[in-house]
Design a binder for this molecule. Structure first.
Ligand SMILES: *Cc1c(COP(=O)(O)O)cnc(C)c1O
Length: 485
């Protein structure tokens, strides 16, 4: 074998390490969105070893790689036992929450076509706080979104409002347990009952909370939690991400259905082309077995008792954090958070939460800005994971928040020029040419190369002042500038 002319592994990995240095940390609990750290020694190494063992395996053809069938059955079986399944429950392992939500919607659309003859104008009924993945599903699969506002105080949707919005065209009703923006649990039982009474399917999006809440309620000192899973009459499917509170490597989620007959509507089969016969249970063709094996290994390793203990720690930390944040002058927690997520808003016009996020970022903490929409004011999202739940880490976070809030107040809010806001509101997003886009981005403070300024509060303030359709026109332009080649 001749020497390869490429760079050495050491050089290549050094480059990778150098690139990674600009990223937010994925361990340690200070990045309070996007990443989930169990804080357990060895869990990550085990996952990496398991992923290596299955490297190259293609889950596309489960008949020639039977290991993927066994691993998937064990993973979905564990999920079904945790989330109210019974002997009829059927599951599928997917690449993440978005794919689980997409498949839930696709399955419901096909079910409605085949069993109710609903061919045109299928509707997807969503609380305003449902995850963006459902809007994506409606967009991809040609459904019309019907959005129901939530109670401005609790941030939960009202069951009677959902019930009143069900029509003969409703293909699927969605509720969240909990919702991503505010961490509150929608009234699952009442909405599911209303859907069932109309013969409509009901999906519970427990992508972020399923694994956490399912284990928390097994703790001897568990808080009161409303029922939210497949055991609730009328609930026909539920999604739970493993790459969130299962603390598994990314690319792992589970979607459970009432029974295999329902699941079957979301599968795709093709035997009419000249190639191999195809059965795809997910949206993917070739399917890496690595996320499945990594997830399976971590689930086996942490086990039910381990997850219950992690959930207890996270719960205690979230309660403590909510109290501590409420005690910070000028800050308040939105809604009635029941899980491990908090939405922190300002109670003082002089304190801008986006400026607070910038101040926290300089102190090494990432809190995720959520612009004001509908009845939800601008706020910062905090996902509390086990690695952030230690006493020292919590004290450090609350102390930083206190100091950062004082600095944010001193700096003052990011304001949007009134005229700029008025012009933005009058723009027709569909009619914008290249030059107008460039101008709009320059006004918003976005560089030619798509780079955001060090301090993001002014950009977020502009974004928030735009109608969503305009933001949806401009944001892809920003990202497009990052991917020039
Ligand atoms: C994270 C999340 C999703 C989407 O999951 P991804 O894994 O990011 O694709 C859907 N719903 C809720 C409630 C979530 O928190």
């Amino acid at each position: 074998m001749p020497e390869l002319p490429g760079r050495t592994p050491a050089e290549i990995l050094a480059r990778l390490d150098a690139l990674r240095a600009a990223d937010l940390p994925v361990r340690g609990g200070r990045t309070m969105a996007y990443v989930y750290d169990s804080g357990l020694d060895g869990a990550e190494d085990l996952a990496l070893a398991a992923q290596t063992r299955v490297a190259g395996v293609n889950g596309l053809d489960m008949t020639v790689f039977p290991s993927v069938v066994t691993l998937e059955n064990e993973v979905t079986g564990r999920a079904a036992r945790l989330l109210g399944g019974d002997a009829r429950t059927a599951g599928v392992f997917t690449s993440g929450g978005t794919e689980s939500c997409l498949l839930a919607v696709l399955t419901a659309r096909e079910h409605a076509r085949r069993t109710r003859g609903l061919r045109e104008g299928a509707e997807l009924l969503l609380p305003a706080t449902a995850h963006a993945a459902f809007h994506k599903a409606a967009h991809l699969f040609g459904l019309t979104v019907v959005e129901v506002p939530v109670d401005p105080q609790t941030c939960e949707v009202r069951a009677e409002d959902m019930a009143a919005a069900i029509t003969d065209r409703t293909a699927l009703v969605v509720v969240s347990a909990p919702s991503y923006p505010h961490g509150v649990i929608d009234p699952v039982a009442d909405v599911a009952a209303a859907a069932a009474a109309r013969g409509v399917l009901c999906h519970v999006d427990a992508c972020i909370g399923g694994w956490y809440l399912g284990h928390l309620r097994l703790a001897p000192d568990a808080p009161d939690l409303p029922p939210f899973d497949l055991s609730v009459p009328g609930v026909t499917s539920i999604s739970a991400d493993l790459h969130k509170y299962g603390y598994t490597p990314k690319g792992a989620s589970v979607l459970l259905f009432r029974d295999a007959g329902l699941r079957r509507h979301g599968w795709f089969a093709q035997a009419g082309w000249p190639g191999y016969p195809v059965v795809n249970p997910t949206l993917q063709g070739t399917r890496s077995a690595a996320p499945l094996a990594g997830a399976w290994a971590v689930l086996e390793h942490i086990g039910t008792d381990g997850y219950v203990e992690l959930a207890r720690r996270v719960h205690a930390a979230t309660v403590r954090l909510a109290e501590g944040i409420t005690a910070v002058d000028g800050l308040r927690v939105l809604g009635r958070p029941r899980a491990s997520l908090l939405a922190v808003a300002s109670a003082d016009p002089a304190l801008d939460v986006f400026v607070l996020a910038d101040e926290m970022r300089t102190a090494g903490w990432y809190l995720q800005p959520q612009p004001a929409r509908g009845s939800s004011p601008a706020n910062l999202h905090l996902t509390v994971t086990a690695a952030a739940a230690g006493e020292d880490r919590l004290r450090e976070l609350l102390a930083e928040l206190e100091k950062a809030a004082a600095r944010a107040r001193a700096a003052g809010p990011a304001v949007v020029d009134r005229e700029v806001a008025a012009v933005a509101a009058a723009l027709d997003p569909e009619a914008l040419g290249e030059e107008e886009v460039a101008l709009a981005l320059a006004v918003a403070g976005v560089g030619e190369d798509g780079a955001l300024p060090e301090r993001t509060a002014p950009v977020l303030a502009v974004l928030q002042a735009m109608p969503p359709a305009l933001a949806e026109r401009l944001l892809p332009e920003v990202i497009g500038r990052l991917y020039r080649l």
